[in-house]
Design a protein around this ligand. Structure first.
Ligand code: BES
Ligand code: ZN
Ligand code: ZN
Length: 468
């Protein structure tokens, strides 16, 4: 079944019943000489056309076709009427591929059958060669996205810290993994991470991933830090029951980092990568941290835990400091990027369209923003002005883990994290992916559940630096 793309008001409209407006689909009868029916997909007006329009149209059409029992589709590059047909075909092919993800970890098979294959019909051999190379790269990236989705979608009972570690270990040998257990973290003095881990019987794990390129291994690494709260009940500051089940995806930052290493294992970027992934559950219980507790973090900075539900910043405090120090052994990191489902306030500020980026470095922030624009995982920068620091001032410790009142929740969390950088001159960006990591319903042809955000973004970032 050929998937053709048409603009509205195109002169030679293939059928009178089809206008090409956005969201329109027509499964046309068999064409003389062709054994298979064609699907026409409306892309709306030329003026409003964008990569996002194409992504949505292709993904929705593919889901629609799969739902009708179609197993194989083909996409004709030359059917594209715009100036860059091959580029459009690549975007459409990727979007179709991403739309077919199903979370089947707990089922033998998905109740609805995804498409099995997508043929891309190229006009000539040269086009075929470059398309094949691009699609191989896209498929490596999207394997990473799907692994990130699998990790993030795992329910709390089936995805405790050690399970996530097992998944990461499967990425070897190109990716080295090391795990610090509770004892090792105690010895190092990770009081903030352990304050969260105390409430759960599931053993925590502080996972470190390492990828070294064959050449360029002496370059300074990029460190990726991912929040890995395998379930966030809020702890003693317990969350309301409504939608609490969604907090199984509070490990989406960790999932993104693991997905990025899965991608790196295949695409072999030229820059060394380190992953720092603190994994723990956040539960109430007889041994859980209480509001008012004071702990000493790995950096030595003491923290008053005023709310046990602001646990992400506690585990990231130790992870960020570790990340900065880790790298001093192999040279300072070139940059530290953390990904975290950190604040509900981020969804209030930006909704599920943009994730927030907070950074101490304009160039790093800008290149991540640009990467986000080009792959559709958009970032909007929020400030880290020092005047916000008073929000997290504690009367009894160096800092407190929540701001007074409800002011600037996402920024306050960023200001808190900034305190735990081992070296403030190392470029750092914090991506708050609360709201963008999870899509309960599945919009725009995306599957419901985890979005796998972060993997495509980081691929685009590396590509723009010519590291892939
Ligand atoms: N994991 C949550 C943030 C979150 C909320 C992620 C919704 C995804 C969707 C985080 O640990 C949290 O609970 N943050 C609190 C902080 C508050 C206590 C200062 C929040 O945002 O309510
Ligand atoms: Zn929380
Ligand atoms: Zn959380």
């Amino acid at each position: 079944m050929a998937l053709e793309f048409h603009f509205q008001r195109q002169e030679s409209s293939p059928t009178a019943a089809f206008s090409g407006k956005a969201g329109e689909r027509l499964i046309a009868a068999r064409r003389a000489g062709h054994g298979t029916p064609r699907t026409l997909v409306g892309l709306g007006s030329r003026e409003k056309y964008s990569a996002d329009v194409l992504r949505k149209a292709a993904a929705e059409a593919a889901r629609d076709l799969a739902g009708r029992g179609v197993r194989k589709v083909s996409l004709e590059v030359s059917a594209w009427p715009g100036p860059h047909p091959a580029e459009a075909a690549r975007i459409a092919a990727e979007s179709i591929r991403l739309s077919q993800y199903r979370y089947t970890v707990n089922r033998d098979k998905s109740p609805d059958h995804p498409l099995e294959s997508l043929f891309v019909v190229c006009p000539n051999a040269r086009e075929q060669k470059s398309m094949a190379a691009d699609l191989a790269e896209i498929s490596a990236v999207d394997d990473g996205v799907d692994i990130a989705r699998d990790v993030s979608n795992l329910p709390g009972n089936l995805g405790p810290p050690m399970k996530i570690v097992q998944i990461a270990r499967k990425l070897g040998p190109a990716v080295r993994t090391r795990v610090l257990d509770r004892k090792a973290c105690e010895r190092l003095g990770m009081g903030a991470f352990l304050a969260v881990a105390k409430g759960s019987h599931a053993p925590p794990a502080f996972l470190v991933l390492e990828y070294r390129p064959r050449s360029g291994a002496r370059r300074r690494p990029i460190v990726l830090v991912g929040k890995g709260v395998t379930f966030d009940s809020g702890g003693i500051s317990i969350k309301p029951a409504d939608k609490m089940e969604e907090m199984k995806h509070d490990k989406s930052g960790a999932a993104a980092v693991i997905g990025i290493f899965a991608m790196a294992r295949q695409l072999k970027p030229r820059v060394p990568l380190i992953g720092v992934v603190p994994l723990t559950e956040n539960l109430p219980g007889g041994n859980a941290s209480r509001p008012g507790d004071i702990v000493r973090s790995l950096s030595g900075v003491t923290i008053e835990i005023k709310n046990t539900d602001a646990e992400g910043r506690l585990i990231l405090a130790d992870a960020l400091y570790y990340a900065g120090r880790f790298a001093t052994r192999s040279g300072k990191p070139e940059a530290i990027i953390d990904l975290a489902t950190l604040t509900g306030a981020c969804s209030i500020a930006l909704g599920d369209v943009y994730a927030a980026i907070l950074s101490n470095n304009d160039a790093l922030a800008r290149s991540l923003e640009l990467a986000g624009e080009s792959c559709g995982e958009r970032l909007w920068r929020l400030p880290l002005h020092e005047a916000y620091e008073r929000l997290i001032k504690s009367t009894v410790a160096d800092v407190q883990n929540i701001p007074e009142g409800r002011l600037a929740g996402t920024i306050a969390a960023g200001m808190f994290l900034k305190k735990f950088l081992a070296d403030d001159s190392v470029p750092w960006a914090h991506l708050d992916i609360a709201a963008t990591a999870w899509d309960a319903k599945g919009r725009d042809g995306r599957p419901a559940g985890s979005t796998g955000i972060g993997v495509r973004l980081f691929h685009e970032f590396l590509k723009a630096r010519a590291d892939i």
